[in-house]
Design a protein around this ligand. Structure first.
Ligand SMILES: [Zn+2]
Length: 399
């Protein structure tokens, strides 16, 4: 990963005197802010002391001067936000939610509004700092190099590992890897943690939004899953199609645990303690390792089921009791640090982008050790190292 170079462009002077500009209320920004807060028109109306109908009229642009101060207070957005241009919104059809069926439309609206607000920060970065260019090949590019076989997620994962020169060993830092290939990774807000992750392309830049409150191993798997979508499903609508989700899971399993690296380690009859050694080495969850071994036909259906029950009882189904350290975004930390050197403290960036500070901070939650909110101190605690750097010895080879 190259260090971003500050370009420090000079800001163009406005041709108009500030007093001549008549700011215009933007109704689409009101709807987006309300969706971001996940509240109904009725609820916003009652916070502002008006009817639902009044809010409908504000959002339809039928009222030239709505009570912006009152709206801004209710939605916890700066007043200036409501006078900006239309935001380039992330549409529901552009992303793939794994848990879509269990999400309410309000939840979907809330996370998409978060992505729409934060996408401006990515453009802000690009206008000031040189970060790695996007280098995520398409599915066609990936499968073209695999001769004589049907295009499938396993081939795509294998092919991508080869194109990116990853060899047959574990990916040491999944977050650093995708960021070094130009993927912009940002966090999901705290109240939307039931959403695993989602990804999309925008103007040639791949984006992944992840739930950084999960274990290190699940975070890595989510990144690999979304990487699969970015490679394989760039031009398809993946929503509500379970096949794409299964393909992305299959891609992630093969990418993180490539058969040509894992299979040579499997000697003799496997046991659950072997799984524990393997999963630490490959930096995946125990359940992901069991699934992969089953997929590779190294364990029977019965073993698969009984180990999953065993792991579930030990708390491995939803968490990783002996998990490793969470990966951190060195890129975001560098950008925030360079920005600070250039006089762009977080408050100033938020003001420039018209984003409330708390929404901005949530995009970094758990992803940077440099705390955006100095008081919250997130990210720096509970760090543990991955202990293994050499392949596990599963059993002594008998003479
Ligand atoms: Zn997915």
């Amino acid at each position: 990963m190259t260090r971003p170079n500050p370009t420090r462009p000079s800001r163009p002077e406005s041709l108009l005197d500030a007093s001549e500009i008549q700011p215009e209320f933007n109704p689409s920004r009101l709807r987006l802010a309300r969706e971001r807060r996940g509240i109904t028109k009725e609820a916003l109306g009652s916070l502002c002391g008006v009817s639902r109908r009044a809010v409908t009229d504000w959002e339809a642009g039928k009222v030239e001067h709505p009570p912006v101060a009152s709206i801004a207070r209710a939605l916890e957005f700066p007043e200036s936000y409501f006078y900006g241009d239309d935001l380039d919104e992330v549409g529901a059809d552009a992303v793939s939610f794994r848990a879509l069926s269990s999400m309410t439309s309000r939840q979907v609206g809330r996370v998409l509004a978060h992505a729409s607000l934060l996408r401006g920060f990515s453009s802000w970065i690009d206008s000031r700092y040189a970060t790695p260019d996007p280098d995520v090949p398409s599915f066609e590019e990936l499968t073209a190099s695999v001769e004589g076989s049907e295009p499938c997620p396993v081939d795509a994962a294998l092919s991508l590992r080869s194109i990116w020169n990853l060899g047959t060993r574990p990916v040491l830092d999944m977050l650093a890897l995708v960021e070094s290939r130009g993927v912009r990774v940002l966090g999901l807000p705290g109240q939307d943690r039931e959403v695993d992750a989602f990804s999309f392309w925008h103007e040639g830049r791949p984006f992944i939004f992840i739930n950084a409150s999960k274990s290190a191993e699940r975070l890595r798997f989510d990144l690999a899953h979304e990487l699969g979508h970015l490679c394989m499903h760039r031009d398809v609508r993946t929503n509500r199609n379970r096949r794409y989700e299964l393909d992305a899971n299959s891609f992630a399993g093969s990418f993180l645990m490539p058969a040509n690296g894992l299979v040579p380690q499997l000697v003799g009859t496997l046991s659950l303690p072997d799984v524990m050694k393997l999963k630490v080495y490959w930096r995946v969850s125990a359940t992901a390792m069991v699934r992969r071994l089953h997929q590779l036909r190294r364990i029977s259906d019965w073993q698969y089921r009984s180990w999953m029950i065993d792991l579930s009882e030990k708390g491995f189904r939803s968490n990783e009791p002996d998990g490793g350290a969470k990966e951190q975004s060195a890129l975001l930390r560098q950008i925030l640090s360079l920005a600070r050197e250039d006089g762009w403290r977080v408050d100033r960036i938020c003001k420039e982008l018209g984003i409330p500070r708390k929404d901005f901070s949530e995009a970094f939650m758990g992803l940077t050790v440099t705390s955006v909110e100095s008081s919250s101190g997130f990210g720096a605690s509970e760090r543990r190292s991955f202990p293994l750097t050499t392949p596990p010895v599963l059993r002594a080879v008998s003479d």
